[in-house]
Design a protein around this ligand. Structure first.
Ligand code: GDP
Length: 461
């Protein structure tokens, strides 16, 4: 029952939509069937005169409503803030409902009071992601677009933000639709063939069925290949520095960041915990992890550091395998890289060693030698790992998409191997595949999925 209520709850909701803290403006969002009436109760009579013109902003003073519950001793009519009122009539708003946005003066208080006045006038406080959820339920936004909104809010670097924006504009939905359409046509033909007798029906030839399914499978595999890039766009490319103690890992990290972050010491084994920092290169986000290194003799605190190093290595996209260039070529022993990660051998202290061992990229934290080259290589490796394609196609895939795509591919595989299954079996498996695909954009959804997805959003979004 609760589930149904949540879908049907179409009350009018309100929240401060901007982040807490000092700023020039703070925006309050009010959305739902009563939005105009509620706004009317906290604004002077003339502000939202009937008929209300959508998308026309007006300056007005918000006051505490008549008959509203006592709120920190505010009396009816107390002026709260001078605001810009922007009514947006259904369906032409973010949520698809009647919406009123109030641009209040910055600082937490005015916006909070305006939101409280809306509640006193009949609105209720919005839950996390409730505006986006309504936008989805009203067909204004697909699920992957809603996720893109969240990614855009979180994006700390330009490339990730551009990709999220493009997904918001429908790039993933278009990809999925173009995979779905031939499958839908095929399903319709199979269903047709089942209904009519052999000679009347347009029975699809087995080869053409196979071709359509195979094409869909390839396209889905292509999307799955972009899942790591989606993670890189959201969370950054994980770069782990490993190597024996004292080879200059911390110095290299500081030199790459161009600021002291990791502790540098001439005593071996200084860095015990994993030190993490962010580095933006060419608009891409890299997360550097300086580790204790992996060496077998470690005991006590140092041994714990080694455990953490191994842990960091399991999540690495790129491993910078660090050794000193003073080592003779034969002595350079690079650690084993985690499966799926790319290893870049880097030699440090190039200023102390003139020769080129050829075993890796020679750098120096002292002279800056090799650092630009190393940054260039990092970007190149990251782009080669699908980032370039994901950004060009504007796709930021996440774990949820991956699960659905894998399920889809499994059912396509099942279809492809069920060569001599009857049309009926093929048709029902195909319907399942289409459901899995539809779940990505939300053409097919469950309440639980919406709770999980929008629950992660902030209030006001
Ligand atoms: P880590 O234990 O691998 O993190 O190594 P550190 O970065 O703490 O450096 C160990 C020692 O090597 C310190 O005394 C550093 O000053 C020195 N060192 C690090 N990088 C360089 C370099 O490029 N050139 C020179 N000459 N010394 C370096």
């Amino acid at each position: 029952l609760e589930v149904t209520l949540a879908i049907l709850d179409s009350g009018t909701i309100v929240a401060v939509a901007t982040a807490e803290g000092r700023g020039g403006l703070a925006v309050v969002r009010l959305s739902g069937p009563e939005a105009l009436a509620i706004a009317g109760r906290i604004l002077p009579d003339t502000t939202l005169a009937e008929p209300v013109t959508s998308h026309l902003a007006r300056l007005a003073t918000v006051h505490w409503p008549d008959g509203g519950p006592d709120h920190h001793g505010l009396d009816a009519g107390t002026n709260l803030d001078q605001v810009l009122v922007l009514p947006m009539l259904a369906p032409n708003s973010f949520t698809g409902e009647d919406t009123v946005e109030f641009s209040c003066h910055g600082g937490a208080l005015p916006a909070r009071q305006v939101a409280a006045a809306c509640r006193a006038a009949g609105a209720r406080a919005a839950g996390p992601g409730e505006f986006s959820r309504r936008a989805f339920l009203n067909g204004r936004l697909t699920l992957d677009q809603a996720e893109a909104v969240a990614d855009l809010i979180d994006a700390e670097h330009s490339v990730g933000a551009r990709a999220a924006l493009s997904q918001l504009r429908g790039s993933l939905d278009r990809e999925l639709t173009s995979i779905e359409n031939p499958l839908r046509t095929l399903l319709a033909r199979l269903e047709g063939a089942m209904e009519f007798s052999e000679d009347e029906a347009d029975v699809p030839a087995p080869e053409s069925v196979h071709a359509v399914l195979g094409e869909a499978r390839d396209r889905i595999t292509g999307l799955l290949d972009l899942v790591p890039a989606g993670r890189h766009l959201r969370d950054g490319v994980q770069v782990v520095l490993v190597g024996p103690p004292n080879v200059g890992k911390s110095s290299l990290m500081n030199a790459l960041l161009d600021r002291p972050r990791a502790i540098v010491d001439s005593e071996p084994g200084t860095t015990r915990d994993v030190v993490t920092d962010r580095l933006e290169l060419d608009g891409l986000l890299f997360v550097l992890h300086d580790t204790a290194g992996v060496h077998e003799a470690a005991t006590g605190v140092e041994a714990q550091g080694v455990v953490r190093t191994r842990d960091a290595l399991t999540r690495a996209d790129i491993v910078l395998a660090v050794a000193t260039s003073t080592d003779a070529a034969d002595d350079v022993a690079f650690p084993e890289a985690a499966e799926g990660s790319i290893m870049i051998p880097v030699l440090t202290k190039g200023d102390l060693f003139a020769g080129d061992t050829g075993a890796g990229l020679v750098t120096s934290a002292v002279t800056g030698q090799g650092l630009d080259e190393l940054k260039r290589v990092l970007v190149e490796v990251a782009l080669a790992g699908g980032l370039a394609e994901a950004t060009a196609r504007g796709l930021v895939l996440n774990d949820r998409h991956q699960d659905r795509l894998l399920a889809c591919r499994d059912s396509l595989d099942e279809l492809l191997s069920a060569e001599d299954a009857g049309d009926e079996v093929v048709a029902s498996l195909l319907a399942v595949t289409l459901q899995e695909l539809g779940a990505i954009s939300g053409r097919v959804f469950t309440e639980k999925l919406l709770d999980e997805l929008f629950g992660r959003f902030c209030v006001g979004k």
